[in-house]
Design a protein around this ligand. Sequence first.
Ligand SMILES: O=C(O)c1ccccc1NCC(=O)[C@H](O)[C@H](O)COP(=O)(O)O
Length: 219
Amino acid sequence: MALDIKICGLKTDQAMAAALAGGASHVGFIFFPKSPRYVEPAEAGRLREAARGKALAIAVTVDARDAFLDEIVEKLQPDMLQLHGSETPERVAELKARHGLPVMKALPLSEAADLERLTPFVGIADRFLFDAKPPKGSELPGGNGVAFDWRILAGLDAGIDYMLSGGLNAANIGDALRLANPPAIDISSGVESAPGVKDPALIEQFFRAVRAARDDRAA
Ligand SMILES: O=C(O)c1ccccc1NCC(=O)[C@H](O)[C@H](O)COP(=O)(O)O
């Protein structure tokens, strides 16, 4: 089974090159001004040119207003919107229609009961991104480098398409793949040397760890 891999929070040509060299299927740009990974829409549009035909560009927003989303869509020309705030199913449907783009809805999880929150989005969101709940005091809804208990995904309907996210890194990706067997994975702070600073060597190390874990499972 193919495994989609999204490297999120890209801000530099070097990080983009490392993500593409490793074989990223998705590259994410953060449009949440409080984030250390924030990038201006025009700069994201410049960076994403390197990914054309190689990886899908994802615009990550948090309860963004229409005018900002219009600007992001115009300048980035994303392949998908990732909604990482408290957007309702109605808002997801509205944005899909307004922009003619698929939507990935992020949902924070910590226990099996949280999976019930995805039901109203089924048939509306094109994909889910399961992330950990932000730690107390964090101003960021994502990119906190915190993992949740992947075993809760065992109770998930097999038809649900999702990315596993939250606190992944080269050291734990083998366990994550073994326990959750996700169709896609997403990483941000696990390939950073400091908040918002992607490290090409850590990106390469992550891809190596993914390949090793997959080879182990195939053996
Ligand atoms: O990364 C951010 O700064 C961010 C800010 C606001 C909303 C979402 C954000 N990130 C979204 C992502 O898709 C991250 O890759 C995801 O939360 C995983 O992050 P990490 O735990 O650091 O790998």
